[in-house]
Design a protein around this ligand. Structure first.
Ligand code: DQA
Length: 230
């Protein structure tokens, strides 16, 4: 697998894999938002780009646009792992912890195919306490190669709490990816990598942001390049 997340990965988020050439100059990977794409498996079949893919098929209940069953959603994600270009998949921690959803099969398929797993949690309402963020990331890390948490910052104190949790877990040797959504949190996308965050997300097309407060790809690449990543 070429995406092992030992170092910071800048992922260009898109629903359209034909944008890969525009991303290549700045990104390390493509985050393919399958939930936002039409015929996502056919698009993977046709993909001939050079950047490795992190496949995400985000449920509507976690801020995405997949509004069918979780069973089908995870089946499609598992199918995505058979493409050589797919080096990583993103699975919601909440799905992993929900016995009724059942993520064992997709997790096992990914492992068998040497595809990395990102276990993610999102808070679109606010920022949990520092302790809660540390627990969520620690829990996510039990199932995944990278534990990811995106929160919504409403104050500078929220952003500091997120960065502090990031620093603590990184110092402990855990692989985490963190970011604060929203305007107040934007700068964390550039700064969190300094504290160890392993993944940054930015849209190739600034008009097609996949989360509030994202920088465009070129800007985030320059900012992280200037500030440096762990
Ligand atoms: O979960 C994440 C992080 C994200 O929400 C962000 O805030 O950059 C963007 C999403 O595309 C990705 O799946």
């Amino acid at each position: 697998m070429s995406l092992d997340f030992d170092e910071f990965v800048l992922a260009a988020s898109t629903a359209n894999l034909s944008e890969e050439p525009a991303a290549r100059e700045y990104a390390d990977a493509i985050e393919f938002r399958m939930d936002l794409a039409d015929e996502s498996l056919a698009a993977l079949e046709d993909y001939d780009g050079g950047l490795p893919i992190l496949a995400t098929n985000r449920a509507a209940w976690e801020g995405g646009e997949w509004d069918g069953s979780d069973e089908e959603r995870l089946e499609i994600l598992a199918e995505a792992t058979r493409f050589d270009a797919v080096d990583a998949i993103d699975i919601e921690l909440e799905a992993i912890l929900d016995d009724e959803i059942g993520t064992d099969a997709v997790l096992e398929t990914a492992r068998e195919r040497d595809v990395a797993i990102v276990a993610s949690a999102h808070d679109f309402e606010g920022t949990p306490s520092r302790g809660e963020m540390v627990s969520t990331l620690t829990e996510a890390g039990k199932y995944a190669d990278v534990a990811k948490l995106a929160v919504t910052a409403e104050s500078k104190a929220d952003t500091l709490a997120l960065l502090s949790a990031t620093e603590q877990l990184t110092a402990h040797g855990d692989a985490v990816a963190t970011m604060a959504m929203g305007e107040v949190g934007s700068h964390t996308r550039a700064v969190a990598p300094v504290y160890g965050s392993r993944i940054g997300y930015a849209p190739v097309d600034p008009e097609a942001a996949t989360a509030p407060g994202q920088y465009d790809l070129e800007t985030l690449s320059e900012l992280v390049g200037t500030l440096g990543a762990e």
